[in-house]
Write a protein that binds this ligand. Sequence first.
Ligand code: HEM
Ligand code: HEM
Ligand SMILES: [Fe+2]
Length: 480
Amino acid sequence: MSIGTLSFSHLTTGQQLAIKYYSVAVILFAAQVLFGLLAGLQYLRPDFLYEVLDFSVNRMVHVNAMVVWMLYGFMGAIFWLVEEEAGVELVGAKLANLGFWVLTAAVTVVVLVYLFVQIGPGTMESLWFINEGREYIEAPRWADIGIVICLLIFFYNISATFMKGKWSGISGVLVLDLVAVAGLYLAGMFYITNTSVEQYWWWWVIHMWVEATWEVLVGCIMAWGLIKTLGASRKIVTTWLYIEVALMLGSGILGLGHHYFWIGTPEYWFTVGGFFSALEPVPLVAMVVHAVYDSGVHRFKNSNHPALAWFIAHAFGNFFGAGVFGFMHTLPQINLYTHGSQWSSSHGHLAFFGAYATINIAMFYMGIQKWRGDVYMSANIAHSWRWKWALSLLCLGMTGMTIALLISGYEQSFIERALGGATWAAYFEAQQTAWYVQGMVWRQIWGYVFASGLVLLIWDLLTIGKGDTRPMLLPEPAEH
Ligand code: HEM
Ligand code: HEM
Ligand SMILES: [Fe+2]
């Protein structure tokens, strides 16, 4: 097939699978934003859809769709690069395809059940079939087990392919990391009656994923992406990867303590969590320096403009969302006032978007380029305003939301905690203040800006490179 036309014949087996994963990821991303907007509206008008689609359900679908679309994106990205990196064809392609369909069917059923069975008794049956009640990973136990099986298949596909072909620094880190990502999920699968103990283990999944294992995963994807788009030197990129991983695990593992301040765990967590989590921004700075350095060395000459732009957005988003916004409330002295307020939500939004939505979008652009037969995607692509506006609206919308949430959060910590002494009455008082309410209104307005960026992004992904017959510009090989 010719350049500019979509065809699976342009792709390897793994890459065909990746496109399927990416497609589901984009659909779930759109669902995430839709349910986020509904939940945001309910903040402004609490009676909106009350007892039809309750806030608790909207919120749950919003955050679960996020986790799942990002995981789909990562799995897609790994299927995308595994064959090129290993130098052989994907091992167990049939099984991998089966895994994809089983996982997707399970996700669909889980979401439908969330939407149709919104309330029910807190029994073991609910836990097995409806909802486990653990924020971000609410999937019922039957689905948990299914997810683990699908991840095992995935792990087999990837590690067996590398074993058959060749290993590299990137793939070594990647495969070890996959063991940790999947292994940690198990910590969120057990039912424990003591809430403190329950939370203790639940954070192993949530914190250890986003601040350790997912960071390592995106480090690998970024390393590979810089080699591909810019022609960055593998030696340099791999060295950075090792340094970043060492720093990340060094601070991120014990940084877990910043979630153990107020849940009934021993007091030494104040010191351990405060100290190590305060160091967490260090590897994130390293990642920005690394990305900007590589782009500069290559004078931004690259094979895929939108992808590189999103890789850079990732480096900065990760630094600001996770590093700066995380650091702001990570010391126990500050967290005492900010804990569980819109402050956390502000950080949560910027971090998830900045660190993980961005790099997934970059990989979507890499995918579409090859799917169109390695079409030209450097300077002067037709309709380039679309990807540029999509990037701007998404980043602007998210920045606006984040600042609005921060203002509301500031008011909450001030009125509810500092002045009101964290009483129940002060909790409600804070949420009626003008600053708080305006923050919620502005979050919604910026949410619409974000949503319009997403519409544009999807349109661009579907059309970019269409009918363009120029071949991809190959990056100059590294001269160092
Ligand atoms: C990409 C990486 C990160 C992501 C995606 C992320 C995301 C989140 C989210 C969603 C929450 C809210 C959790 C909840 O529902 O209670 C949270 C909480 C928190 N995060 Fe992060 N985070 C990241 C990195 C960091 C870093 C590097 C730091 C510190 C330097 C940090 C510090 C905190 C703290 C202290 C809390 C607790 C807030 C509270 O007490 O309510 N985070 N994070
Ligand atoms: C149209 C835009 C969006 C709107 C209006 C929106 C709205 C909301 C609302 C109302 C909540 C519940 C907050 C609460 O329980 O108090 C929430 C939670 C959350 N959203 Fe969004 N959201 C949007 C987009 C996103 C995006 C793009 C991401 C990440 C990529 C994201 C990540 C999260 C996270 C991590 C939480 C949990 C935060 C926490 O527990 O602290 N949202 N969102
Ligand atoms: Fe954390």
